[in-house]
Design a protein. Sequence first.
Lengths: 309, 250
Amino acid sequence: MKTLIIVEHDHVQLMPSIAHLVYAAKNIGYPIALLVIGSNCQSVAKSAAVIDNVSEVICADASVYEHQLPENSALLIQALSHDYSHILVASSTFGKNLMPRVAALLSVDQISDVIAIQNESIFKRPIYAGNAIATIKSHAQIKVMTVRSTAFESVAMSGHQAPIVTCDIVHDNNLSRFIKAENAASDRPELTAARVVVSGGRGLANADNFQLLYQLADKLNAAVGASRAAVDAGFVPNDMQVGQTGKIVAPDLYIAVGISGAIQHLAGMKDSKVIVAINKDADAPIFKIADYGLSQDLFEVLPELIAKL
Amino acid sequence: MKALVTVKRVIDYNVKVRIKPDGSDVDLTHVKMAMNPFCEIAIEEAVRLKEKGVISEIIVVSIGAQVVQEQLRAALAMGADRGILIQTDQTLGSFSTAKILKTVVESENPNLIIMGKQSIDSDNNQTGQMLAALLGWGQGTFASELTVHADTISVTREVDGGLSTVELNLPALVTVDLRLNTPRYVSVPNIMKAKRKTIDITALETLNLSLVENNEILSVESPPTRQAGIQVKTVDELLDKLKNEAKVLS
Ligand SMILES: Cc1cc2nc3c(=O)[nH]c(=O)nc-3n(C[C@H](O)[C@H](O)[C@H](O)COP(=O)(O)OP(=O)(O)OC[C@H]3O[C@@H](n4cnc5c(N)ncnc54)[C@H](O)[C@@H]3O)c2cc1C
Ligand SMILES: Nc1ncnc2c1ncn2[C@@H]1O[C@H](COP(=O)(O)O)[C@@H](O)[C@H]1O
């Protein structure tokens, strides 16, 4: 019995979620192997090998894996699967795209977005936009799951050295091709890993006004998020959306500005430690879950807040 | 070109679910139900492709109880040509759903399958990827833009880092995200027209599939509730609380 975790990376860096996934996998109780899939990904495999509690790193390095497309990655994982009782990946868009394909090839259901691991077969996961938490017992031979990294602490990367083994299995992909990526470059911390998040909604009224949020974020070394309404209106790009269908965040401090607090938005941020809401409507639902509410015009509050920090 | 679109009947997205007092499941009695919002976007996209002359026929499929015909009718009123109901009262997981859909694909031979990326009840986000795997097709998940070419389709996908575009050989499967389009309001004449469109009903048992559910729900509970906190009056008071009470600012 062994656990396999699929490593998410961009060929330069590991996504920080991996240390949380290893922490989560410790609750299963079996040795933990990591799988790095990519092209020229040896250096990523080396940085994965220093993560505490990892017993080995498997590196599948081939040019066909350059864009980590799910069609052939899933076949690769299927080919490796008989050594494992559990296969995990983060519930990022990378993991959500790939893992159900693996589950289907192995003829099992996936357990999506796991937030607690009770033992090797009992897991908790949110359903109905997080308005209910289900406890699931998996009867599958092999447990295939995506894991919400913000629900788990992380292990250290303290220079422990796990062995790196090479995997030569190559599956071509003649079904799909990568064309291009448009990544929003940002110097700010990554949303799902930031200690402080400031988010803006429709109340910001236009894209220019988001400058106020960026200034606030810079004072707090925060990541910037948004509601779906702000993304749909074109104020900010899609990768900033927080919520049921966007990113799930759980920072120490979440500041919601001009956001009403629809259940789909709350699904993405209500596990934050401290929530602040700034909204001129005193009846906005966001105040029902905020630790500190300030019911005033954001265009007066933000400049003052920025000046006083 | 023929398109197959899947629709699921789920709780209306505005409704907050209640949990049964015995904690066995959520309580859906007398709850407003509707088409899964992502499936509505899937239908809308198919109808737009038909209006552009890219697609010639749209078949809409749902698996569920007899009442699911309401959602199939809604899809027909939006512009789908005919419906298929695989009727069952069983609650099915995503893998079983994908296996059932595979049999429909094998008899209808569509070139394109469009599905929602996620059901808002189970929040599973699996069925499309699973069906693509079972069929051995390419997948374009979380689509915010589609362009159909002669033998391929380009899919722009919403991903954590921004956008990513892939090209898939046809036949292919796409799952749609919220920004792909805004579904139309259905007109009364179209609702009337939809009444004359056909819905083929097949009982699930007659497909002779062996379906195994491997995720058993042991219990369902409410998430820890957050207490509303306090209202502060000024920015100074807010900063004082964050520094000295919550200790999240230094
Ligand atoms: C299937 C589905 C999935 C969804 N997924 C998501 C998701 O992942 N994330 C998400 O966020 N939403 C999601 N939504 C949308 C969600 O239902 C809401 O529509 C959305 O969150 C509203 O965004 P908002 O709060 O910015 O806008 P609004 O609800 O319009 O609220 C704007 C707020 O700004 C306040 N305001 C206006 N001007 C000022 C001012 N000058 N000063 C202070 N306050 C001001 C107003 O009082 C109001 O409360 C989803 C919806 C569906 C159907
Ligand atoms: N019972 C069903 N009938 C038809 N389509 C379904 C059914 N269940 C899931 N789907 C489709 O699969 C998509 C993803 O669902 P899920 O994997 O459950 O999140 C949905 O948006 C639907 O398009």
